[in-house]
Design a protein around this ligand. Sequence first.
Ligand SMILES: [Fe+2]
Ligand SMILES: [Fe+2]
Length: 149
Amino acid sequence: MSGVITLIKKDHATLEAVFKKLESAEPDEIPNLLRQVNELLVPHSKAEEEVVYPAIKATVPDEQDDVDDGLEEHHHVEATLKQLLASDPGAPGVDGLIAAMIGEVRHHVEEEEEEILPAFAKAASNEQLSELGSQFTEAKDRALAQLGE
Ligand SMILES: [Fe+2]
Ligand SMILES: [Fe+2]
């Protein structure tokens, strides 16, 4: 039940709920919502990179390119998010940058949920998925702790 794929999808849904708020936010609500995105997205991505992506590459060689693309997408989104966190929320261009970031993450999430993770689920054992779930949660907790440093 707490397999890694379930955990990843749960994070995606939580993040999507914040995106919905961000899309209709007033400028004074934006910094707090961006901080929420940061705290959800960065540890999630780091834990995928540390624990999940290497396991997928080792288990499903056909998905190696998609996983490498996914990694690039993480880095690009994180750079945009960093830029947004340092911006005045009322500044021109901020709305467009937020929309671009959300669009990129949605595309990335779709690729994970529709392609990469189903291919992995087919190839991996339930034991492996469950063990990775624990490792994913631990890696996320570590990354969240580092976020505040
Ligand atoms: Fe993800
Ligand atoms: Fe990802």
